[in-house]
Design a protein around this ligand. Structure first.
Ligand code: BGC
Length: 548
């Protein structure tokens, strides 16, 4: 391989800057699709995407060495970028289930839906141990408890397939064409930053870093996780992207990781102040620290130029480049990309299919945590009765699919409303209650709503609006959108079940808690609202336990 061909393997670029000729001529063989940040972009259909990825794949296969392209996406709770995909509960809800087998099955389902869109690589799972719910990525963490996060890493054996007994620790494993390359992120300590500040600083001893935050990575390595993403955050003031000790001496040398380490999005730009300045130096420190593939993702010509000159000047040894490329090629080979470079259209039927939606519904059922049931001891409020005359459904989150799914759904920050196919809480209640019950829905009930109406009970769903990453950092943790007032105004008049939709625990003051008859934490359940009615009407038991 020429130096240019090697560097091409290490360069991950974004769709919007990618051209077919650069993929072919510069041997850039890794690409990446970012969920757009606005809600104006058109529906993204998996079939269109399969066409697009295949065209880039053809360009890669037209290059001199015919090394296939690897295409990555953040499929963090389903193939969440695409319209119509099954959206599973976010990790915090999965942590509440404590069900490793369920989570593994979810991984396998997500892998199929991702492969259907022609994509081979998912930047998931996030195995952060969230120690402070003010962190904007709290919902991407399975739990504040390391042991629960360790258990939930079973999602890797779903995404990549289960490695055979005796598979050597640290070696990547991907079962085949129905699986995807997984990525354990963000190495390491991302959930431990001071005050829960995203991309912040984790201050701890090495022993605490190892036992609290690093332990889940060992479980990932035993399952053959193929890639690890470095964290934007710092450990004791030193950024992870330049941390030779943690990336190379610990992860690669001591723990024996043989897959590749990928940088986070534009993370190299963040290594200098002002951002993006002195880029050559940033490339120098990150590659020498042990980053193998760089999610550049935009100014790739600069990256290629700088890395080339650093190798030519000897500031980066060729052996470091060879090590990175060997790791990347190993993963591509193991993942079967040389045998099956193109998408398999027969998988398109799996996207949002009934089976996957039933699996997501099971996950919702198991993730619900019952926090209060009845005002008086011995007198439970739940399960609700189905055959009643009239019920009120209210609240900002009762009929909002986008809110129910949270961030990383269709768009990076998520969005409001019918952004995809699914069942809201209101839809679910309407389906279950049938014609005999009058279901009245008012997002914000007014005094008129209550006047003269005899409601048997009310369901009020409140919670957080979608957010992702730093936009979610929050030091208050009160229920936004006047959720407490809304709950209180209904609970003052009607026996009320409160459903909290949130990516983390929120503050509910005692005066409010006393007023509601029952309280359920539903986390960010995703598209299958029927999982909620399954449990509150008593067809299934509450099983969820607090993840935080
Ligand atoms: C996030 C990563 C994500 C990457 C690619 C970054 O902003 O920190 O978790 O995988 O973007 O979208």
């Amino acid at each position: 391989m020429t130096l240019q061909e090697k560097i091409g393997q290490m360069t991950q670029i974004e769709l919007c800057v990618a051209t077919f000729s650069d993929v072919r001529d510069l041997s850039i063989v890794t690409k990446y699709l970012l969920p757009p940040n606005d809600s104006t972009s058109k529906k993204a259909m998996p079939s269109d995407w399969a066409d697009k990825v295949d065209r880039f794949q053809q360009a890669a296969l037209d290059s001199r060495l015919r090394i296939p392209l690897i295409y990555g996406i953040d499929a963090v709770h389903g193939n969440n970028r695409f319209y119509g995909a099954t959206i599973f509960p976010h990790n915090i809800g999965l942590g509440a289930t404590r069900d490793a087998d369920l989570v593994q099955r979810i991984g396998a389902a997500v892998a199929l839906e991702v492969r259907a869109s022609g994509i081979h690589f998912s930047f998931a799972p996030c195995v952060a141990v969230c120690r402070d719910p003010r962190w904007g990525r709290c919902y991407e963490s399975f739990s504040e408890d390391t042991n629960i996060v360790r258990k939930m890493t079973s999602i890797i054996s779903g995404l990549q397939g289960q490695p055979p007994v005796g598979h050597p620790k640290g070696y990547p494993f991907v079962a085949g064409r129905y699986n995807v390359i997984a990525c354990a992120k963000h190495f390491v300590g991302d959930g431990g930053t001071e005050k829960g500040i995203n991309e912040g600083n984790t201050i701890s001893s090495y022993n605490d870093l190892e036992t609290i935050h690093m332990a889940p990575y060992l479980d990932c390595l035993y399952q053959g996780v193929s890639t690890v993403m470095a964290s934007y955050s710092s450990w004791n003031g030193c950024k992870l992207h330049v941390h030779h000790f943690l990336l190379t001496e610990i992860l690669k040398d001591k723990l024996g990781f043989k897959g590749f380490v990928i940088s986070d999005w534009k993370a190299l730009d963040r290594l200098s102040e002002p951002r993006g300045s002195n880029y050559r130096h940033c490339v120098y420190t990150a590659i020498n620290a042990g980053i193998d593939m760089v999610m550049v993702p935009l100014r790739y010509k600069q990256f290629i130029e700088d890395l080339t000159s650093l190798v030519e000047s000897g500031e980066i040894q060729m052996s470091r480049i060879d090590d990175a490329v060997e790791r990347i090629l190993r993963v591509k080979y193991v993942a079967g990309l040389f045998e099956y470079p193109f998408s398999d259209r027969s998988l398109l039927d799996t996207v949002g299919c009934k089976l996957h939606r039933e699996l997501a519904r099971e996950a919702v059922r198991k993730s619900l945590v019952l926090l209060k049931n009845g005002k008086n001891p011995g007198k439970a409020f739940l399960p609700l009765e189905k055959n009643v005359k009239r019920v009120l459904i209210a609240g900002t989150h009762a009929d909002n699919l986008g809110y129910q799914c949270g961030g990383w759904t269709r768009y990076w920050q998520g969005s409001s409303g019918r952004i995809t196919i699914g069942t809201t809480i209101l839809d679910a209640f309407r389906e279950v209650m049938g014609d005999k019950t009058e279901v009245i829905y008012e997002k914000y009930p007014s005094p008129d709503t209550f006047a003269g109406q005899n409601f048997s009970f009310a369901i009020v769903a409140v919670g957080e609006e979608p957010y992702a990453e730093s936009a979610g950092d929050n030091s208050e943790l009160i229920i936004p959108l006047n959720g407490s007032e809304l709950l209180s105004s209904v609970a003052d008049r009607i026996p009320t079940l409160a459903i909290l939709i949130s990516g983390r625990p929120l503050v509910i003051e005692p005066w409010l808690l006393e007023k509601v008859d029952a309280l359920v934490a539903a986390w960010l359940p995703g598209t299958e609202g029927r999982g909620i009615t399954d449990v509150v009407f008593g067809d299934y038991e509450f099983e969820g336990q607090l993840p935080i």
